[in-house]
Design a protein around this ligand. Structure first.
Ligand SMILES: Nc1nc2c(c(=O)[nH]1)N[C@H]1C(S)=C(S)[C@@H](COP(=O)(O)O)O[C@H]1N2
Ligand SMILES: [Mo]
Length: 393
């Protein structure tokens, strides 16, 4: 019997979910929207926002809820939800969250990887309101960096994670990110202007923009300031990227010498049309592009011939965060007006994005293949048939 089946977990109190979701795993619940939903609006509506849970959704009474802050702080505190809402300035940011496992299925098709299979839609864009983690850490009088306060470790209240012997989910970020006045790490109680929904961490979650979704801990129980990063399985034994020589027979000795993933890289994908569609011209395709670390998406290139020649996609704007930080995604579109064929023709449409540090996406999935199937950001392509005889004009 695997260790996973020995953990007793109860999924009787799960919230209602949109039936349209593509469910990649039922319990714990893991689901992504249909890709075309992502490009219908700049802000992803809550009912379509991807959900990535590692355990049952905890039932939390907001009236008795208390956030604990301890570790390398001079003033360990307990804060009620009301304290969080009234003692600290309310901030709203627009940011996308993206799972490091986004596009894992494609990586697994190249060579099998382990992990929940995700298509191209394990990311979403939302608005988040709450207080700054920085303000709370300063209230607790976090010790200076020189005295070893290097990591802000978060624990959730979602006990029952099978990978970690039934412990709750945990993760950490650096104190540098946590305390950065321009880092915008928030303790969030509202999403898209509504009370934070249960699936997304009610009553309080971390949103650490610009870094992998795994660090934005939901149902936040405790923040520990520490000299070492989180002891959690999800910090030490998961969410790391290896070269392709590391496999299950030699991974154990390699976990500790590889860094935990933090900042996202540059990513893009075409959401419309779906693969194998038949297109009527003119046809406008739509997709998303994202960058890590608050960098800006400068450009998205589109190729209609599998990546030999390129043209510019039109960026649909609205991607600016406060100051010059770009936490949100950038949606893009491109209109195919004609093709050089009088008969129906199969074409391979490719996209790739560039960020403000001139990072772009690798061409081949094989070049970035890794055991856990994380950070797949290779060129995205869709093969479709264009039929000039079915033109609208
Ligand atoms: N407590 C807790 N926090 C968590 C998780 C979890 O399972 N439990 N999943 C993480 C992962 S891997 C991701 S990608 C994001 C997903 O956030 P969402 O479900 O709100 O989209 O939450 C992160 N925070
Ligand atoms: Mo994730």
């Amino acid at each position: 019997m695997s260790h996973e089946s020995q953990i007793k977990v109860n999924f009787d109190n799960e919230p209602y979910r949109n039936e349209e979701f593509v469910v990649n795993y039922k319990a714990p619940f893991n689901a992504e929207p249909r890709p075309e939903r992502l490009v219908q609006s700049f802000i992803t509506p809550i009912e379509h926002f991807y959900v990535r849970n590692h355990a049952p959704v905890p039932v939390i009474n907001p009236d008795t809820y208390m956030l604990k802050i301890d570790g390398l702080v001079e003033n360990p505190v307990l804060l009620s939800l009301n304290d969080i809402k009234t003692k600290f300035e309310k901030i709203t940011i627009t940011a996308h969250l993206q799972c490091a496992g986004n596009r894992r299925t494609m990586m697994s098709e190249h060579k099998k990887v382990k992990g929940v299979g995700w298509g191209i839609a394990s990311l979403s864009n939302g608005t988040w309101s709450g207080c700054r983690l920085r303000d709370v850490l300063m209230y607790a009088r976090a010790m200076p960096f020189e005295s070893g306060a290097h990591h802000a470790c978060f624990w959730g209240l979602d006990f029952g994670c099978p990978e970690d012997n039934g412990k709750s989910y945990g993760s950490s970020i650096t104190m540098e990110k946590a305390l950065d006045p321009t880092g915008d790490v928030l303790l969030v109680y509202e999403m898209n202007g509504q009370t934070l929904p249960r699936d997304h961490g009610f009553p309080l979650r971390v949103v650490a923009p610009g870094i992998i979704g795994a660090r934005s801990v939901k149902w936040l129980d405790k923040i520990t300031v520490s000299s070492t990063e989180s002891e959690s399985f999800f910090q030490r034994r998961d969410y790391k990227i290896f070269h392709n020589g590391i496999d299950w027979d030699n991974v154990e000795k390699n976990w500790d010498n590889h860094p935990s993933l933090q900042e996202l890289s540059v990513q893009s994908a075409i959401c419309v049309p779906a693969p194998n569609s038949r297109l009527f011209l003119p046809f406008t395709l739509y997709g998303y592009a994202t960058a890590g670390g608050g960098r800006k998406i400068e450009r998205v290139d589109i190729s209609l011939d599998g990546g030999q020649t390129w043209d510019l996609a039109e960026l649909m704007g609205e991607n600016k965060g406060p100051c010059s930080r770009y936490w949100a995604w950038t949606l893009f579109r491109y209109t195919i007006k004609s093709i050089d064929s009088k008969v129906a023709k199969k074409i391979n449409i490719v996209c790739r994005a560039w960020d403000s540090a001139s990072n772009t996406q690798p061409k081949f999935v094989g070049d970035i293949w890794n055991l856990r199937g994380v950070m797949n950001n290779c060129w995205h392509n869709v093969e479709v048939t264009v039929d000039p005889l079915c033109s609208k004009f």
